[in-house]
Ligand binder design. Structure first.
Ligand code: NAP
Length: 298
């Protein structure tokens, strides 16, 4: 089977170009989109996310401000800081970098961010809004995964879709977004008795588990679109016997690409598109705040 690679970087660039235009327009009306990133403690992978986000913001005309807190910062101190950002009219978006220290209550912090400034779409309000058909500030990774499926040109209405993984931030929102598109959605998880039986029925297969190689070629329907959301760092042994690490998804690309009609690579698939969705959400949030401000003046 000849597969087509779903190029996340190319799709992300299309979104970034649109974001740049909208940011430019907003600036012209006196509104500068301004994103604040909060991170707690020292985690090298978080530092990498932050520098990627900072670069992407600079290229699209969004101000980016990084606020770093030491690992001794308390929940109350962080809540106070989020509250001051919520009421500061200069700040249009807030991100709380993950993973967060286990001593802190992540859900409590996420839900403290005002939903209109929650550009990661992680608050209960923004995830809950999807149930009511409003995904305008939905979770970035879920939006990214669904956008990549749409980029294939497949008609989602009536499509048999299987989502593997049912986390609050990826699997469940992906399934809800697809239901909104009138796809027929099956969600698989730890309790699923025969995973392959379900995945083999899927015209489109989303995988968000965190287990490298979980999905192999014999579990995929010929011609299916496969969206690999997993990001896993694995050890590899080089030809000279030395060891190094490599980033892979949850899908065994080697066996699946021979069966699938479309497939996202890892890296270069959902990851870059997730950053693009964060930028788009940041613009949506700023536009919404401008509208609300103008309405209050009437
Ligand atoms: P998570 O919270 O650990 O959720 C994993 C899900 O997989 C759970 O619902 C779990 O079900 C299910 N699961 C575990 N083993 C399974 C199995 N054998 N068969 C079927 N389902 C199984 O992880 P997450 O935050 O959703 O992230 C999932 C993956 O996506 C990770 O690799 C993560 O790094 C990646 N990710 C990527 C991006 C991106 O930008 N590309 C963003 C976020 C996450 P139970 O709860 O029933 O055990």
């Amino acid at each position: 089977m000849t597969y087509k690679l779903i190029d996340g970087k190319k799709q992300a660039q299309i979104v970034k170009d649109e974001v740049k235009e909208r940011a430019n327009y907003l600036r012209g009306t006196g509104w500068q989109p301004h994103l604040v990133s909060i991170d707690v403690g020292d985690n090298p992978s978080v530092s990498l996310y932050i520098s990627n986000q900072q670069r992407a913001c600079a290229k699209t005309g969004i101000d980016f401000e990084h606020r770093h807190y030491s690992s001794t910062t308390t929940q109350e101190e962080l809540l106070a800081s989020i509250h001051s950002l919520n009421i500061d009219p200069r700040i249009t978006g807030i991100i709380l970098q993950r993973p967060i220290l286990s001593s802190l209550d992540l859900e409590g912090l996420e839900n403290a961010i005002h939903p209109i400034k929650d550009v990661e779409g992680m608050s209960s309000v923004n995830i809950g809004n999807i149930v009511y058909g409003d995904s305008s500030l939905g979770p970035c990774t879920s939006l990214a995964a669904v956008e990549l499926l749409k980029s294939t040109g497949l008609n989602l209405r009536g499509l048999e879709v299987v989502v593997v993984g049912h986390s609050e931030i990826v699997g469940k929102p992906v399934a809800l977004l697809l239901v909104e598109e009138l796809a027929t959605v099956t969600i698989c998880h730890h309790g699923t008795r025969n995973l392959a039986m379900h995945t083999r029925q899927a015209d489109a297969l989303f995988v968000a588990v965190g287990k490298p190689g979980l999905i192999t070629g014999n579990m995929v329907k010929p011609g299916a679109a496969v969206i690999d959301i997993g990001i896993n760092q694995v050890d590899i042994v080089n030809a000279d016997g030395t060891h190094s690490t490599k980033v892979v998804g949850d899908v065994d690309f080697e066996s699946v690409h021979e069966i699938a009609g479309w497939i996202t690579p890892v890296p270069g698939g959902v990851g870059p598109m997730t950053v693009a969705m964060l930028l788009r959400n940041t613009i949506v949030a700023a536009e919404r705040q401008k509208k609300l401000y103008e309405k209050n003046l009437e």
